[in-house]
Every structure is written in C-alpha cells, then in structure tokens.
Design a binder for this molecule. Structure first.
Ligand code: ADP
Ligand code: AMP
Length: 220
C-alpha cells in the first residue's frame, strides 16, 4: 500500500500514521521527523533546514526529495505512508516522477479535514518526546504520567515551531502552498477525505473504513 497523508499542520496525520503503520506493518515516512533528526544531528541538510522550520516555511524541494528517495530505495520499497510530503504542487510532481522511475504509483491520498478552530488547540497542546519522537497532547492524547514519555520516560517538550507566532506562519504556508494539493489529487481521482474532528480512536475508525471502502473490501 502506498499512501500520502495530507492535511493542515496539527490535523493528526502523524498520530494516525504511527498507528496505521504499526497495524499494517508499513513504513511511516515523515519528512518532518527526518528533517528534525537531520537538524539535531547538525548534518549539512539539517543546518539548512533548521532556521526554515523554526520560522514556519517550507524547506527546499530538493532536500525533502532526497529524504524521500532514500526511503523509497530502502525500507519503503515494500510500501509506505508518506506523512507531510508532498507539501506543494511541485513536490507532488517530483513524487510522481520518482515513483514512476521505480515502477510505483500512489494508491490514495488521505486528506485529514479539520477546521482551523480545532487545529490551533491541537498544536498548542502538542508535546513530543525528544528521544523517540512519540507525540502526545496535554488533554486530547495525554501520556500516562504527565510530562513523561510512555515508552522511554524522557521529559516531553513543546516543538519550537508550535509556538503561537510560528503556528500562524505555518497555517499561512499551508493555505498558500499545500491546500492546492486537495484539488490536484482530487482531479487525479486519488483523494480520500477523512473527517479529523473527534478523538484519536474515532478518527482512526473513519480512516480504516474509508480505505476499506476505497479498496472495495467493505466495512472493517
Ligand atoms: P500532524 O502530524 O498533522 O501535524 P499530530 O499527529 O502531531 O498532527 O497531532 C497534533 C496534536 O494533536 C498532537 O498533540 C496530537 O497528540 C493531537 N491529536 C492528534 N489527533 C487527535 C485527536 N483526534 N484528538 C485530539 N488530539 C489529537
Ligand atoms: P511536520 O513535522 O510535518 O509538521 O513538519 C515540520 C516542518 O518541517 C514544516 O513546517 C517544514 O518547515 C518542514 N517540512 C516537513 N515536510 C516538508 C516538506 N515536504 N517540504 C518542505 N518542508 C517540510
């Protein structure tokens, strides 16, 4: 299965992708996670990406394409959930080209649909584990012990780009550059819309049902 998870920042793409990837044994390819790891490691690409990520803009298409191609030739040969890529029409064209080169194509693009009024509190309450990348929410998806990662016990942190002024810029970037992908993939007949409002389990149920309906297998 080759899927793209699309949607505004904070819609819950990563949360759903981690669970779906685990259940279906699919690689979860998050360009945001890869860029954060590169920035933390101080690699040349990471050094270029860090200030752009911290200001809420989009990292250069070439840098993210290199991240994606590395995975397509590695663990993602068997299939993938692409989370946070593509993020503009030119990246969508890059993706189509690099998939075709490998004899691959997308099976679907899931658009997590969420109103802006629900997005802002999700990003404001997001807490991440600096050690293993696990994502929580202070109220919507809390860890078992407040402030500590369930898996490794590390102290959770707020992402630098989840601060209010950066969130506003990320929303602008999304509206201008990423939202046009809804029409792009709709025109290609690949779009699967999932209502992302409601709790994590509810949204997951909708995701599974929508994918089953698309593949003609009926309900769960
Ligand atoms: P994205 O990957 O789209 O940026 P995340 O998966 O990181 O979004 O989710 C953003 C925040 O919202 C996180 O703090 C996450 O724990 C929380 N969250 C995700 N899905 C839900 C949900 N259905 N209900 C409540 N909170 C959620
Ligand atoms: P995310 O973890 O998906 O919220 O991404 C965090 C940040 O990483 C974004 O705000 C961008 O600065 C950068 N980023 C992630 N994916 C991409 C991409 N496909 N293209 C450009 N920048 C990206």
């Amino acid at each position: 299965m080759r899927l793209v998870f699309l949607g505004p920042p904070g819609a819950g793409k990563g949360t759903q992708a981690v669970r779906f990837a685990q259940e279906r044994k699919l690689p979860h390819v998050s360009t945001g996670d890869m860029l954060r790891a590169a920035a933390a490691a101080g690699s040349p690409a990471g050094k270029l990406a860090k200030p752009i990520m911290e200001s809420g803009g989009l990292v250069g298409d070439g840098i993210v394409l290199a991240c994606v191609e590395e995975r397509l030739d590695g663990d993602a040969k068997v299939g993938f959930i692409l989370d946070g890529y593509p993020r503009n029409v030119s990246q969508a064209q890059d993706l189509e080209r690099v998939l075709a080169k490998r004899g691959m194509a997308l099976d679907g693009v899931v658009n997590f649909d969420l109103a802006i009024a629900s997005i802002v509190p999700r990003m404001a309450g997001r807490r991440s584990c600096p050690s293993d990348g696990a994502v929580y929410h202070v109220t919507g998806n809390p860890p078992k012990v407040a402030g500590k990662c369930d898996k490794c016990g590390a102290a959770l942190v707020q992402r630098a780009d989840d601060k209010e002024e950066v969130v506003r810029e990320r929303m602008r970037t999304y509206a201008e550059k990423t939202a046009p992908l809804i029409k792009h993939y709709g025109d290609k007949g690949l779009l699967i819309t999932v209502d992302a409002d409601g709790g994590v389990d509810k949204v997951y149920g909708r995701l599974v049902d929508a994918l089953a309906a698309r593949s003609g297998k009926g309900a769960r």
